[in-house]
Structures are given as structure tokens and as C-alpha cells.
Ligand binder design. Structure first.
Ligand SMILES: CC(C)(COP(=O)(O)OP(=O)(O)OC[C@H]1O[C@@H](n2cnc3c(N)ncnc32)[C@H](O)[C@@H]1OP(=O)(O)O)[C@@H](O)C(=O)NCCC(=O)NCCS
Length: 172
């Protein structure tokens, strides 16, 4: 497999990818593992109440990546009429840059999008989170807008579109 984009489109292994990663629905028993990964991944980490409240919303779905019976990453997303919104995703630092994040987003791209129904995925990324920006770009996302008041706490809107078209919207 030559490029990550090809891997995403064909749902095939990508060089460097951790073998044997299973993506499955998040269940209550995953709470501790997910919160542990969250705490290691974000400055403003989630409490158990944040996680439970978010995942209880009708349109919100959580998935985990499991390797050898260990939860090594998670992704939480919202389903909307025309789009899917990634609320939060993280990979355990011990398993970073092994294709786990790719595998989770790849699953959404390949299984949840349809040209006539839900044809794009959005994610907001903090302006200082360069790793996540590089990550989303590598998966075919493009930055389309910036949200915030310009005081160092802005977020870029990254979007993956099945039709590929995007236009810079400026500040939203
Ligand atoms: C962003 C994140 C989910 C990526 O997960 P991951 O499993 O490490 O990423 P992958 O191994 O699937 O990487 C896919 C591509 O993203 C890019 N990438 C990932 N981590 C990177 C890093 N540390 N530096 C530069 N590029 C990186 C690379 O292009 C990589 O492809 P390559 O391995 O061929 O170079 C993970 O770094 C993370 O949990 N970060 C902290 C939480 C966070 O920022 N979440 C996103 C909030 S919106």
C-alpha cells in the first residue's frame, strides 16, 4: 500500500499499521480505559460524568480500538442529517503513530458516509494541536474554517468530504 489515502479508500492495511486492531462499539466496561487514555491525551480531560453524559445523547456513538484485549484508542462521534461530527478521539501514547487513529477514522469514512445522505465528517481541532492537524490532513481532511475570538484558543474546522470540494469559510 503506497499512500495513506489509498489505504483509507480501500480499507487495506497501511504500512506501519499495528496488526490486529479490532474496532467495536464502546460499552460501559470500557469507561476506565477510555478515561485513562483521555487523561493522557488532553490538557482539559473528561470526567466520567462528561463521558457518560456525552455518550447518552441520542445521536452520539462511541467506538473503541482494541488490541490483544486492551483498549488502545477511542472515538466518539455525532450523527447529523447530512454530516458526522467527531466529538473526541484519542489513542494511548504507547500505541501512537501505529495506525490506530487511522483505523478508527477509516471505519467512519468507509461505513458511515453516503454520497446522497451523510457525505462529510467534521472535526474541530485546537490551533496548537499540530499533531491532530497533521493526522486529519493525512486522512484526506481539509481545514475549512476557524472558530474563536483569536485569543489563542481558536479551533480549526477540519472536514472530510466525499465530493472532495471545499472552500475556505474564514472565521465562523
Ligand atoms: C491524533 C491522534 C488521535 C492520532 O492517532 P495515531 O493512532 O497516533 O495516528 P496514526 O498512527 O493513525 O497516524 C496517521 C497519520 O497521522 C499523522 N500523525 C499521527 N501522529 C503524528 C505525529 N505525532 N506527528 C506527526 N504526524 C502524525 C501521520 O501522517 C500518520 O501517518 P504516518 O504514520 O504514515 O506518518 C493521536 O495522536 C492522539 O490521541 N492525540 C491526542 C488527542 C488528540 O489530539 N485528539 C484529536 C483531537 S481533535
Amino acid at each position: 500500500m503506497d499512500t495513506m489515502q489509498e489505504a483509507v479508500e480501500n480499507e487495506e492495511d497501511y504500512r506501519g499499521q499495528l496488526a490486529d486492531v479490532e474496532i467495536r462499539w464502546m460499552i460501559r466496561a470500557d469507561t476506565d480505559a477510555v478515561l485513562e487514555i483521555d487523561e493522557m491525551s488532553f490538557v482539559e480531560c473528561w470526567s466520567e460524568a462528561d463521558l457518560v453524559t456525552t455518550c447518552r445523547r441520542n445521536n452520539t456513538i462511541g467506538m473503541v480500538a482494541e488490541h490483544e484485549d486492551r483498549v488502545v484508542g477511542f472515538i466518539i462521534y455525532e450523527l447529523h442529517r447530512g454530516k458526522l461530527n467527531i466529538v473526541r478521539t484519542a489513542v494511548h501514547p504507547d500505541f501512537s503513530s501505529m495506525g490506530v487513529g487511522l483505523a478508527m477514522v477509516q471505519r467512519l469514512i468507509n461505513n458511515k458516509l453516503h454520497p446522497k445522505r451523510r457525505d462529510k465528517i467534521e472535526a474541530f481541532v485546537h490551533e496548537t494541536n499540530v499533531t491532530a492537524q497533521v493526522f486529519f490532513r493525512a486522512l484526506g481532511f481539509a481545514s475549512e474554517a476557524i472558530r474563536g475570538d483569536g485569543n489563542g484558543d481558536d479551533e480549526y474546522l477540519f472536514c472530510y468530504r466525499l465530493d472532495g470540494f471545499h472552500e475556505w469559510q474564514g472565521r465562523i
